[in-house]
Design a protein around this ligand. Structure first.
Ligand code: 6PG
Length: 466
């Protein structure tokens, strides 16, 4: 076939799932993988979708199989492999053929690739939802020339998740805008997961609850304000049993979290933007700390295990309310970072549409995002915490967050994300903070100058200046 609607290069887990999704939505697709056997097996295993799939064994035949002007999705590991594939493809393509990088690229790389592409159309799209999302409906965050997005949109919106019939696939802006939004999504994903892990720790270590009981709590929470994919899968993870040993699954999993780097990119970029996202940074740091197994064992041997039992000090309802407050605070930080990037990079990132595109398909999908979309759409408060809906919830639930963080601190339970969320909340509602001391110190040792509350001007000095 030489008239496939689209081509997809890279049949790893995500690429294969995305290709089947595309075929399932009635599009003819050409596929190519560096290892030919993978391509053959993919088509052979495609069942009823086989006749929509053209399996190709050379880059030339892959390109020749796609109707012009072509659209080609790259689903290869982020980094150098993307540049290598673009370099290999370009000589075979016409100037109006569109390359779409659908991997988890660093948005700086996408910016560079957009510049290198010049007038040749190039899109960088963030795709969220894991393998199941890629197969049955991911959330898609697009970046690049609007005209190129419009060309790809019929296929991308068809394969995307739907929220009440609305496709979760949106153009975010030029160049790396889509991959930037995907990175912040992942930063929020890290913080959301970390906060859930922290309340899990309170139940397991502080309240000596069994895994089935913890699973039941997550199950109940999933019927309330916390209803979300991450709470739902936390219930399933907590309920699972290891098939080899019959033990609760969590009890045999090593507590060292992996990370591919997208959460770290968010924290790094937040620093460049001077965007305060301490809950996200704490979640990234917590993953780093989790990897320090030997050092943590030595710490326990040196200082002794903390006295963690907090029975009677906290209720399950307080944990739920603390998590609601923590979640609002972490999303407020993420959206604040997006709005700063929008100004810094001249992107006009559509905040309400970003909340909408995250309502289904992606890892952080939740009921709360629907209300966030409404609050952002109404322009209700310059920070999500100040919107009428979320300020009312925070006014109520920060009390529980405070109790949980305080009791955790007293009982030696580490809660880095929840406690940094609380500190952010308190700092953001303190009109007169303590940076007067920082400014005094800076002026003392470096004559950096300070502003005064009682006079105009920016370069006042303390008495040490003389
Ligand atoms: C998604 C996820 C996904 C991410 C993995 C692994 O939105 O589908 O964010 O893109 O890469 O979940 O991420 P870490 O290895 O960094 O945890």
């Amino acid at each position: 076939m030489s008239d496939c609607d689209i081509g997809l290069l890279g049949l790893g887990t995500m690429g294969a799932a995305l290709a089947l999704n595309i075929a399932d939505n009635g599009f003819d697709i050409a596929v190519f993988n560096r290892t030919t056997q993978v391509t053959r097996d993919f088509r052979a295993d495609a069942g009823a979708l086989t006749n929509r799939i053209t399996a190709t064994e050379t880059l030339e035949s892959f390109v020749a199989s796609i109707a012009t002007p072509r659209m080609i999705i790259l689903m290869v590991p982020a980094g150098a492999p993307v540049d290598q594939q673009i370099a290999a493809l370009r000589p075979l393509l016409a100037d109006d053929d569109l390359i779409i990088d659908a991997g988890n690229a660093n948005f700086h790389d996408t910016n560079r690739r957009a510049t290198e592409a010049g007038d040749k159309p190039f899109l960088g799209i963030g795709v969220s939802g894991g393998e199941d999302g890629a197969r049955h409906g991911p959330s898609i965050m697009g970046g690049g020339p609007r005209a190129a997005w419009d060309r790809a949109a019929p296929i991308l919106t068809a394969i995307a998740a739907k929220h009440d019939g609305t496709p979760c696939a949106t153009w975010m802006g030029n160049d790396g805008a889509g991959h930037f939004v995907k990175a912040v999504h992942n930063g929020i994903e890290y913080a959301d997961m970390q906060m859930i892990a922290e309340v899990y720790g309170a139940m397991r270590d502080g309240m000596a609850m069994s895994q089935p009981d913890i699973a039941a709590v997550f199950g109940r929470w999933n019927d309330g304000p916390l209803a979300s994919y991450l709470i739902e899968i936390s219930q399933q993870v907590a309920a699972a049993t290891d098939t080899d040993t019959g033990k609760p699954l969590l009890s045999i999993i090593k507590d060292a979290a992996g990370q591919k780097g997208t959460g770290r990119w968010t924290a790094i970029e937040a620093q460049h933007l001077a965007a305060p996202v301490p809950a996200i940074e704490a979640a990234v740091a917590a993953r780093n700390i989790s990897a320090e197994l030997d050092l943590r064992a030595k710490g326990q041997a040196r200082f002794g295990a903390a006295p963690q039992a907090l029975q009677g000090a906290l209720t399950i309802d307080q944990l739920e309310q603390a998590l609601i407050a923590g979640k609002i605070i972490c999303y407020a930080q993420g959206f604040d970072m997006i709005s700063r990037a929008s100004q810094e990079f001249g992107w006009s990132l559509p905040l309400p549409d970003i909340a909408k595109v995250w309502r289904a398909g992606c890892i952080i999908r939740s009921v709360m995002l629907d209300d966030m979309a409404t609050a952002l759409e109404d322009g209700d408060g310059e920070n999500l915490m100040l919107s009428s809906r979320f300020s009312a919830e925070l006014s109520t639930y920060h009390v529980a967050l405070r109790q949980v963080v305080a009791q955790a601190a007293l009982h030696g339970l580490p809660m880095p994300a929840l406690s940094s969320g609380l500190a952010y909340f308190d700092a953001m509602r303190t009109e007169r903070g303590t940076a007067d001391m920082i400014q005094g110190q800076r002026d003392f040792f470096g004559r950096h100058g300070f502003e005064r509350l009682d006079r105009d001007g920016t370069d006042f000095h303390g008495p040490w200046a003389d």
